[in-house]
Design a protein around this ligand. Sequence first.
Ligand code: FES
Length: 100
Amino acid sequence: MTRICAVSDIEPNSAAKFVVDGHPIAVVRIEDDFYAIGDTCSHADVSLSEGEVDPGDRHIECWKHGSRFSLETGEPDCLPATKPVPVFDVVVKDGEVFVE
Ligand code: FES
C-alpha cells in the first residue's frame, strides 16, 4: 500500500495525477469517496486526470476525444476508446489516501 496524498489535497469532484512506482495514476475524489485508475487513456497518450469528473455516474471523461471511463471498472462507455484502463484499490485512513 502506497501513501498518495492527504484527503484534503484533492477537491471533491476532481482528479489529480500521481506517479506510483513509475506508473501514472489518476486519483479521483467524489464527495468523500476516492478512486484510482490508470491515468493514461487507453486510446492515446492523454492524461485522464485532466478530464472532467462526472460525479453522477462516477466516470471521468477523456478531454481529447470524449471517451468516458468508469471509476469503478475502468471500462469506457463510449468510443473511440474500446479497452479499459486499470483500476486500483484505494484505502482512506486517518485523513490519508493509500493505493494498493
Ligand atoms: S485519447 Fe482518450 S479518447 Fe482519444
